[in-house]
Design a protein around this ligand. Structure first.
Ligand SMILES: Nc1nc2c(ncn2[C@@H]2O[C@H](COP(=O)(O)OP(=O)(O)OP(=O)(O)O)[C@@H](O)[C@H]2O)c(=O)[nH]1
Length: 165
């Protein structure tokens, strides 16, 4: 669980790290069903992990709800000396899928906050209607309401007070 602030709203996010190994795939797919945002992560020092993204993306298409938000991540960006996947390839794949793309490093803390904030923003935007309801109606009273209030007789000391707060 993590609380982050996006556009002045505190959002509590629940993060699940699914197992990448083949033998856990049956369980992993069950987690997709209630996901609102998904990071598809490969390792920039492993061409194989990059090739695997196609399979992950098709699983997400099959099992995740419609409208789930997705971001492509190339992790281990601190391991430049071991790089097998050029940044351009990540960008290109993300473009094909219509996703945002970040290179991150869990070790040097590169783009971790940025990518989580972005995915949360995308999820919030996708649920804009519910978000507006959460924010509530505008606070300023309308002119009509003010006029109506002015016509109300003032409450005397002897009349029971309702809450004025
Ligand atoms: N250099 C570097 N190593 C990392 C980074 N992120 C993770 N690692 C290392 O990579 C290894 C695998 O990390 P995990 O978090 O277990 O990767 P995973 O994809 O969740 O693995 P599965 O649970 O098998 O799916 C560990 O040794 C981590 O310390 C990173 O940004 N940079």
């Amino acid at each position: 669980m993590k609380t982050i602030e996006v556009d002045g709203i505190k959002v509590r996010i629940q993060i699940w790290d699914t197992a990448g190994q083949e033998r856990y795939q049956t369980i992993t797919k069950q987690y997709y069903r209630r996901a609102q945002g998904i990071f598809l992560v490969y390792d920039i020092s492993s061409e194989r992990s990059y090739q695997h993204i196609v399979k992950w993306a098709s699983d997400v298409d099959e099992y995740a709800p419609d409208g789930v938000q997705k971001i492509l991540i190339g992790n281990k960006a601190d391991e430049e000396h071991k790089r097998q996947v050029p940044k351009e390839h990540g960008l290109q794949l993300a473009r094909e899928y219509g996703m945002d793309f970040y290179e991150t490093s869990a070790c040097s803390n590169l783009n971790i906050k940025e990518s989580f904030t972005r995915l949360t923003e995308l999820v919030l935007q996708a649920h804009r209607k519910e978000l507006e309801e959460l924010r509530g109606p505008p606070r300023a009273p309308t002119l009509t309401r003010l006029e109506e209030e002015e016509q109300q007789p003032l409450q005397g000391e002897d009349t029971p007070k309702t809450c004025w707060c």
